[in-house]
Design a protein around this ligand. Structure first.
Ligand code: ZN
Length: 263
């Protein structure tokens, strides 16, 4: 496709999507089984179900770095986009086996950040695996940067195995007990956690509790609207997801965390 592409909300994933649309003429159809219809450039929902006016944005101590599989940024159901909606300090890069963006390596080397790769520990060498954020002198004063592999499970595993530049990062393995409690609590994505859910767990771990709640609520509202659009039902602003998001928005950004951790 040639010509200008609406960058949408202008965050990292929207920019990546615009770049994919501008440069990739061979991209596959990602909306198989669904009629093509216009989508809002801000939230990717049909205009009748646009949620842009509800989008929360919460400053955080931690940051998120998304490594996105090919075409992932183009999928209307991608949830890395929702992370970038809520967390201003989200960066997104296209993952490739043969090319590493110098901006990505610069970010991972930036002394202001303490990067950790979030991935199941069973796939990593035991010496790399941590169950919580690295502490101690090397981490003092550095903000956690959660590196998430955004794509299908097969794509994420491939990126994990074939990215030498990630090999030096500690692997943060989320606690299985915590994950299963989380799955019980939430009906959406019963079999695996999506990227936005993993990001919410990470933010909560870093003390960004308000942002974690906002991201979960935003994911729920997005998911509800996405499904209702598919079913040709109007959005229901009185449902539980919308009420929860409104509650999160009303609670403001007053995160309880030590002043020393604030920016
Ligand atoms: Zn919208």
């Amino acid at each position: 496709m040639n010509g200008p592409v609406d960058p949408g909300p202008g965050h990292a994933v929207a920019r990546l999507r615009a770049a994919c649309l501008a440069h990739d003429e061979q991209r596959p159809r990602l909306d198989r089984g669904e009629p093509r219809r216009p989508r809002c450039a801000g939230c990717r929902l049909p205009p009748t179900h646009c949620a842009c006016a509800l989008r929360p944005r919460v400053a955080t101590h931690a940051g998120v770095c998304l490594l996105m599989a090919p075409f992932e940024a183009l999928k209307p159901s991608n949830t890395g986009w929702l992370v970038a909606d809520v967390v201003p300090d989200t960066q997104a890069f296209a993952w490739s086996r043969t090319h590493v963006d110098t901006a990505l390596t610069a970010l991972l080397d930036d002394p202001r950040w303490q990067p950790v790769l979030v991935f199941p520990g069973e796939f990593a060498a035991p010496g790399r695996v941590v169950g919580e954020l690295p502490g101690g002198p090397s981490a003092s004063g550095r903000r956690p940067l959660f590196v998430l592999l955004d794509g299908t499970w097969a794509e994420a595993r491939k990126a994990f195995r074939k990215s030498p530049f990630l090999d030096r990062l500690p692997v943060l393995s989320l606690d299985p007990a915590q994950l299963s409690r989380y799955r019980l609590r939430r009906a959406w994505h019963a079999h695996h956690l999506c990227t936005a859910e993993i990001a919410a767990l990470c933010l909560a771990m870093a003390g960004d509790v308000h942002a974690a709640g906002a991201l979960e609520a935003w994911l729920d509202v997005f998911s509800e609207r996405y499904l209702r659009a598919k079913q040709s039902l109007p959005p229901d602003e009185s449902d539980a997801a919308h009420r929860r998001l409104a509650g999160v928005a009303a609670a403001g950004t007053g995160d309880a965390r030590p002043a020393s951790m604030a920016r």
